[in-house]
Design a protein around this ligand. Structure first.
Ligand code: AP5
Length: 248
């Protein structure tokens, strides 16, 4: 498996340079869909290790700003972070400005795994335009599915590393040392938007804004549905099987 790719340019903007050498082989380009907490980030890390494609999460991008230098935040970013804490979606215009600034990451030869973007139909149409301007296409849109009770249990036990963005679960995927990140030793934290009130707002925002993307990508014959029940490894194997079945 490939080590996790450096995501500096995605997390910190076009002035930051990724340290990894350019990949030798052209990579795959996937979008990951699914309700908040279903395990998209966990699968993206496994897929990134397997395919070498970069994990481009808009949530991680906002959290990188949250843990950065607060004095340098633009008014739009301050507004975005306040909305994120409450579990609301960030306005399309802010999200699209940030993604357009990082168009280089979409062009990356290693490919990408978009996680948390697009989240609305206007974001999906804007992504289509950005990709067609670059003469690029998507290989597939992976849609993870699981009943809401199981998703809420996953979110309740989630702990994340603010430094390297690794994700754990206190019972289902614990770190080797309680409260410490296996990858970098950082202190694990509960995300602000994992508080019960914000979780409810996020699930409702997903149902209203993101669920219509299933139709959007279904009509373009890109949608690959994956049952997200079972351990991360089981779901990962199911994802690979679904992708293989698609290319056959
Ligand atoms: P974002 O970070 O994208 O959050 P999300 O979609 O709510 O997804 P999560 O990160 O909560 O969950 P996940 O599906 O990645 O699950 P994970 O792998 O961590 O966005 C955060 C916020 O930013 C949004 O609410 C919004 O405000 C804003 N935002 C971002 N993008 C935006 C956009 N495009 N437009 C507008 N606003 C935007 O897994 C969850 C837990 O379960 C973990 O503890 C994990 O260890 C565990 N787990 C995972 N898989 C399994 C498994 N198979 N079995 C058991 N446990 C598992």
């Amino acid at each position: 498996m490939n080590p996790r790719r450096d995501r500096s340019a995605w997390l910190h903007g076009p002035d930051a340079r990724c340290q990894d050498p350019p990949p030798r082989f052209p990579g795959r380009r996937f979008v990951l869909l699914g309700a908040p907490g279903i395990g998209k980030g966990t699968q993206a890390a496994l897929l990134s290790a397997a395919f070498g494609a970069c994990h481009l999460s808009t949530g991680d991008l906002f959290r990188a700003a949250l843990h950065g230098d607060g004095d340098r935040l633009s008014p739009a970013m301050r507004d975005a972070l306040a909305r994120m804490r409450r579990g609301e979606l960030v306005p399309d215009v802010t999200v699209l400005d940030l993604v357009r600034e990082r168009v280089e990451c979409l062009r990356c030869r290693g490919g990408f795994l978009l996680d948390g973007f697009p989240r609305t139909v206007p974001q999906a149409t804007a992504l289509d335009r950005m990709l067609s301007d670059e003469e690029l296409g998507l290989d597939a849109v992976l849609s993870y599915e699981l009943p809401e009770e199981a998703i809420v249990a996953r979110i309740g036990g989630r702990r994340t590393c603010p430094a390297c963005k690794s994700v754990y679960h206190v019972e289902l995927r614990p770190p080797r040392t309680a409260g410490r990140c296996d990858a970098c030793g950082g202190e694990l934290v509960l995300r602000d938007d994992d508080q019960p009130a914000a979780v409810h707002v996020r699930q409702a925002a997903h149902a209203a804004n993101t669920a219509p993307l299933l139709d959007y990508y279904g009509r373009r014959d890109l949608l690959v549905s994956v049952d997200a029940d079972g351990s991360p490894e089981v779901v990962f194997d199911r994802t690979l099987a679904a992708l293989c079945a698609r290319v056959r």
